[in-house]
Design a protein around this ligand. Structure first.
Ligand SMILES: [Zn+2]
Length: 395
């Protein structure tokens, strides 16, 4: 059985140990030491990464009390002494995230008696699932605020080893599932929780807790949060974006929302004006396009691409153009094809669309005079023309 050095000292990153098992499986190498500071994936917390004798450890698992270090090449053979180095950034991130989770879970009980039923500590964010069908915005805000107050209070985080009887006397947040000696994480006087993970030594090391998303999951609420270095990384990302936008729009960050609302409104207006202009210009555009019409097997047709046209207007354009030439208009607008067919010819738009679907694996359909197909790519107009000509010549 491996001695878990992180149990007593989660700040320990460098250590030495002796190999007690070394073997290959599925092309990878598995190494077990008599003791290790590496944390294996368990209890909702991902494993550490790092080096054993300069060999990269990319996964750490647990089996029958042994901690298995997984690597691409061999670390050594049984009896070898090895030096271990745990990746400090990753360890720090998960210590912060995990301690933040304890505080958040405890605060939701303290304020509203909402129990945490599951925990996820991910590489991008942490999550707690509350046994609660709904949550008000101000409840969320208060929980976040109180959690951050506890961080600022620099509460000591202690590791207590207790037997079952001793544990029963402690105000544990949740009944422990293990028997025998229980490892308990005590944060100030606010939280006692049975846990085998790695945590900070003081709440102040978390730095900050930020709730980033709340969603309903079945009958429960899922709260995603960031902490410590994860929160700082997120702040940096958001700062870069808002700072760039405020410089581009020459306004303060708090004015951005208003500015964007205005830009969106203006855009709507410009779009309406553009559609109106396109409508007015449609007869000229039809005349121009009709002049370039071709003919195959006695049927006039036009194949053309149009850019940035309102989709309703483009459909109108296709049918009007088809009427104008007394034939077929095939219009490509971005990722779709619109087929307009004049009523006077004995072929229907939906039949042409069906042939396009089977020949080019496009999806769509339509009626007698108009059909639309999606999933097309730009720059393929010649191919569409060939298919259309083939259909006309087969008649
Ligand atoms: Zn924990």
């Amino acid at each position: 059985m491996t001695e878990r050095l992180y149990y007593k000292d989660p700040a320990l990153l460098s250590f030495e140990g002796t190999i007690i098992e070394a073997r290959q499986f599925n092309g990878k190498h598995l190494t077990v030491l008599d003791k290790t500071a590496f944390y294996p994936t368990s209890g909702g917390q991902p494993h550490d990464k790092g080096l054993l004798n300069s060999v990269a450890i990319f996964d750490v698992t647990e089996s029958d009390g042994n901690i298995q270090h997984i690597s691409d090449s061999a670390v050594g053979t049984i009896g070898d002494r090895v030096k271990g180095e745990v990746d400090s950034g990753r360890r720090k991130y998960f210590r912060q995230l995990h301690t933040a989770q304890h505080i958040l879970s405890s605060v939701f009980i303290e304020l509203y008696d909402f129990q945490t039923v599951s925990v996820h500590l991910g590489e991008d964010y942490g999550a707690i699932e509350l046994k609660q069908p709904s949550l008000e915005d101000d409840q969320l805000l208060q929980a976040e605020q109180l959690s951050n107050e506890y961080i600022l209070q620099s509460l000591p985080v202690e590791i207590i080893f207790a037997d079952e009887q001793e544990a029963q006397k402690l105000p544990l947040r949740k009944k422990p599932s293990r028997q025998g000696t229980i490892r308990i994480i005590k944060i100030g006087e606010i939280d006692y929780s049975a846990c085998g993970g790695t945590h900070c030594s003081n709440s102040s090391e978390i730095g900050l807790i930020k709730i980033i998303n709340v969603e309903k999951q079945r009958n429960n609420i899922l709260i995603n949060f960031l902490a410590g270095t994860g929160a700082k990384k997120d702040y940096d990302k958001r700062f870069e974006v808002t700072d760039r936008l405020s410089k581009q729009l020459t306004c303060a960050v708090d004015e951005l929302k208003l500015r964007f609302d205005k830009i969106i409104e203006e855009n709507k207006l410009y779009r309406q004006q553009l559609v109106q202009l396109q409508k007015e210009l449609l007869p000229i555009k039809i005349k121009e396009a009709a002049a370039a019409s071709e003919s195959s097997n006695g049927i006039n047709y036009v194949c053309m691409e149009v850019d940035s046209m309102d989709s309703k207007l483009a459909a109108n354009f296709a049918t009007s153009l088809a009427d104008n030439i007394g034939g077929i208009a095939l219009i490509q607008l971005e990722e779709r094809i619109i087929i307009g067919v004049c009523e006077t010819i004995d072929i229907e738009a939906k039949d042409i669309a069906r042939r396009f679907s089977s020949e080019l694996n496009l999806k769509g359909g339509g009626g007698k005079t108009m059909a639309q197909l999606g999933g097309t790519l730009k720059g393929q107009l010649n191919k569409y023309r060939e298919v259309l000509v083939k259909i006309l010549n087969e008649r």
